[in-house]
Design a protein around this ligand. Structure first.
Ligand SMILES: [Zn+2]
Length: 159
């Protein structure tokens, strides 16, 4: 990999959040093998996390061997943590990473979905995510900090 790929890419929100250029509510929750877990800054609800490479990688096919090997276990670990804290009916794990129709820094969204979420927006699946984006309610910083304080030890203690 080129050394330039390992530094934060100017203008990339994902890079700016993980490098500290932008404030990251809840702080970094976990880091291993070039991957990090953070709370989602978008309007997808309190407890929705993001798993992404620290490097500015814009295609899954460009992940290196270490990142690839760590990805599956970390997605499972992250889903298990949100399951324990939120007690959702399902956990969505998805990757869109298309900002303004251009490939962006890949980030897997790990989103716990409760019956209350589905009832409130009268939707499930991609329609539910679309409804949440249309509502545009970013999670409050206090709520994010509180849930991250519960998630961080769960992410750390699993092995
Ligand atoms: Zn980036």
């Amino acid at each position: 990999m080129a050394a330039a790929e390992q530094v934060a890419r100017a203008g990339c929100i994902a890079c700016e959040l993980s490098s500290g250029v932008r404030p990251l509510p809840g702080g970094r929750l976990y880091e291993s093998s070039g991957l990090v877990v953070e709370h989602c800054v978008g309007p997808l609800g309190v407890g929705t996390l993001v798993v992404k490479p620290l490097r500015h990688v814009v295609h899954v096919a460009d992940l290196d061997e270490a990142e690839s090997a760590a990805l599956g276990p970390l997605l499972r670990r992250t889903a298990a943590a949100v399951t324990e804290v939120v007690r959702p009916e399902q956990v969505y794990v998805c990757l869109w990473s298309h900002m303004d129709r251009k490939p962006g820094h890949i980030h897997f969204v790990v989103q716990p979905i409760t019956k209350a979420d589905m009832a409130r927006f009268a939707a499930a699946g991609p329609e539910l995510q679309l409804a949440m984006f249309r509502a545009g309610e970013s999670p409050g910083e206090a709520a994010v900090n509180a849930i991250c304080a519960r998630l961080r030890p769960l992410l750390a203690e699993q092995s």
